[in-house]
Structures are given as C-alpha cells and as structure tokens.
Ligand binder design. Structure first.
Ligand code: NI
Length: 212
C-alpha cells in the first residue's frame, strides 16, 4: 500500500480519534482501528527552501494536542512521504510549533510523531553522518552529532513518552529538532560551503520560477 493509503487509514480525516501509540510514539498501522472516510482530505504542504529566512524562526511549544494539531501532523506526514523524506519539522512547512514527524523504517510504515520534543540526554560519543534535508534539495554533507540520544515528547494523544535513539533515528531527531530551533544542517558546515549552497539554492529557485 502507498504511504498515502496507509495515512488515510491511519488518520481517516478530521474527527477520527487517533489511536494509541506503542508508548514509544510509533503508530503501527496493524495496531490501529482502521477507518477510511470518503471525505478524507489532506493537503500537501509547501516545504520552505534554504536560505528562506522563515527557516530561522524558533517554533513555539504546542499548548494542546487537539484536532488542529492532528490535522497538521497528518498533512506533515503526507508531505514527508510524498517528498520522499525520512523526517519533517513543522518549521519547514512554515508552521512554527514544536511538531516533528519521522519515519526511518525500510517500508515507510512506522510513522513517529513528536510533539514538544526535547533532547534530555546525549551520548559523549559522536558520529558523523551524511545528511540531507527537504529544505536543501540535492545537497548532502557530513555532520557530526552525538551518536545516541534520549528524547522526551508528547504523542498524538498528548501523552508524554521517552525514546532512546541511535543510528539514523538519532541523526534524524537531532536534525529535525534543530529545525524547530531555526537551524538548518548546512549551518554546521564552513562559511564558504554555506555561501556556495545559498547561491546554488537561489539560482535553483530562479530557474524553477522561470519554468512556470
Ligand atoms: Ni531538514
């Protein structure tokens, strides 16, 4: 099934209660009551591209996990799967609230939702990973970060959970949480590289506008 189909089953549009996660924030399709409404509707959101200044806005905490937030999560997840990407922060879609969606599974069927996420522990050991970002298309570079982290967040029921992460998930979480602080991964690179990327991205934007 396509990620969109899975999502439609998972969320079923506004008004359907989002069922319990597994306590680690992962929503597994098979654990859920499946509901698909004919009037389900989700919009693909526009992803801001570096060096858009709105990517530097600091996101505010979510006050309450309500239907509005659930719809934002559904739209963000759809946007991430469609891109395709393994993670998306609300900041990237010009929503300045602390919401992150991630799916690092091979099958792209384990959506993880983090509302008001905080890193509460980071390992002293670091690891370098080649990162990319939906806001910096076609650009990848090495960033060094703590190899393991522990994150605290709210799930879609507004329930707090903690999660230990390593590998790609740890990288992805740190990358997305940076977005919520208004930081894009290229800002870890040299000033020279940042300037080059910025110029390339501006050129790319002009070409895309020219094609319209
Ligand atoms: Ni990113």
């Amino acid at each position: 099934m396509s990620p969109l189909g899975i999502l439609l089953m998972m969320f079923g549009g506004i008004g359907i209660d989002i069922k319990h996660s597994d306590g680690r924030g992962i929503l597994r399709n098979q654990d859920r009551q499946i509901a698909l409404l004919d009037n389900s509707y989700m919009a693909l959101l526009t992803v801001l591209c570096y060096p858009d200044p709105r990517l530097h806005q600091v996101a505010k905490p979510v006050a309450q996990v309500d239907a509005r937030i659930k719809q934002i999560v559904a739209d963000m997840a759809e946007t991430m799967y469609e891109a395709p990407g393994v993670g998306l922060a609300a900041t990237q879609v010009n929503i300045h609230e602390r919401i992150v969606v991630i799916d690092v599974s091979d099958e792209q069927n384990e959506l993880m939702v983090f509302i008001n996420p905080e890193i509460i522990w980071a390992s002293p050991e670091k690891k370098s990973w080649r990162e990319g970002c939906l806001s910096v298309p076609e650009f990848y570079d090495e960033v060094e970060r703590p190899a393991e982290i522990r994150v605290k967040a709210l799930d879609l029921n507004g329930k707090e959970f903690e999660l230990d992460a390593d590998g790609l998930l740890a990288v992805c979480l740190q990358h997305e949480l940076d977005h919520l602080q208004g930081k894009v991964f290229v800002e870890y690179l040299s000033f020279l590289k940042q300037t080059r990327i910025s110029q390339k991205m501006k050129k790319r934007a002009k070409e895309l506008v020219g094609q319209r």
